[in-house]
Design a protein. Structure first.
Ligand SMILES: O=c1[nH]c(=O)c2[nH]c(=O)[nH]c2[nH]1
Length: 300
């Protein structure tokens, strides 16, 4: 008979929706996040005997997330996440490792009578900025990123010369629409003295540029070039991971109506979609440790 044992476990408070307003001057600032805290450590008893003595409640984690929005501030999600993770590992004995995952929603000031308004914004829909921070006794890891970044080019994309079997019906193309909703994550080599906002903005520029300028032979090639450009431009990045659904745009058949369609009218298909995923790394990158050990998405 095999013995049944407790395996990896972790717990926390997922998706605290924290909004911090800075209102010390008439021109307010807003920071809007979805923050999840995840704790790893000596929690066997909670599972095996029901003894909760070591369990810092998920409710306390929620309270901490809100209080740290004031105590630490929320100007930089990476700094806020590091502060939370350091607090859990440093202050609670049972906790060996803390993982903080944050999505940040950007807001943009409305324009009233030609001027930016002091305290009214509209949601900026372009992408969600992400951060994932892990702290344990051996070190600290920060992974920055973005997701839901929808980007499309109307030409400059090919897909041809692929392997063919008896089910292959796809026609090769040297001129197609390429579109995706990009998720990108980048692992920092260290965590001190980094201008998180500058690196974020610069990496976004690199990702966009490669998507636009590369004469793409495949989404795979575009993703590789994106990751490579980020690593070339930013020595503080050790590794980039990219995940891109191929949002297929099919030329719509207008022939039944006697209407010519020279790649001018498309059906934007919803599903299924190719899902292309690529890691680009330095051959001498420091080991990732637990940098990629997810909380949200652990099973995916
Ligand atoms: O860029 C692409 N990569 C693929 O692997 C693939 N497969 C497919 O059918 N279309 C595409 N496009």
């Amino acid at each position: 008979m095999s013995e049944i044992v407790l395996g990896h476990n972790q717990y926390g408070k997922a998706e605290n929706r924290v909004v911090r307003i800075y209102r010390d001057t008439p021109r307010h600032e807003i920071h809007d996040v979805n923050v999840s805290s995840c704790l790893r450590g000596d929690f066997s008893d909670a599972h095996l005997t029901g003894d909760q003595a070591n369990v810092l409640t998920t409710d306390a984690q929620k309270q901490t997330a809100y209080s740290f929005a004031k105590e630490v501030g929320l100007e930089k999600i990476e700094d806020y996440a590091l502060a939370l993770a350091r607090h859990y590992v440093g202050d609670v004995d049972a906790i060996d490792e803390a993982r903080i995952e944050i999505d940040e929603y950007a807001w943009e000031r409305v324009i009233v009578d030609g001027a930016e308004h002091d305290h009214t914004w509209v949601r900026k829909g372009q992408e969600v900025r992400t951060a994932a921070v892990t702290v344990n006794a051996d070190g600290e890891w920060v992974v920055g990123g973005l997701k839901e970044f929808v980007i499309l080019k109307s030409t400059g994309s090919e897909f041809a010369g692929f392997y063919k079997d008896k089910y292959t019906v796809l026609e090769p193309t040297h001129d197609r629409v390429m579109a995706t909703s990009l998720t990108a994550q980048w692992r920092f080599t260290h965590t001190d003295g980094i201008d998180w906002d500058e690196v974020y903005a610069g990496i976004k520029v690199q990702l966009v540029k490669q998507f636009a300028v590369v004469q793409s032979k495949a989404l795979q090639q575009t993703l590789y070039k994106m990751g490579k450009a980020v690593l070339e431009a930013y020595p503080v990045i050790a590794e980039v991971r990219l995940s891109a659904p191929n949002k297929h745009h099919f030329v719509y058949d207008l022939a039944p109506f006697g209407v010519e369609n020279n790649k001018e009218v498309f059906h934007a298909d919803d599903r299924p979609y190719g899902l292309i995923q690529t890691t680009v790394t330095r051959d001498d990158a420091t080991p990732p440790g637990p940098a990629w050990d997810a909380y949200q998405g652990w099973l995916s």
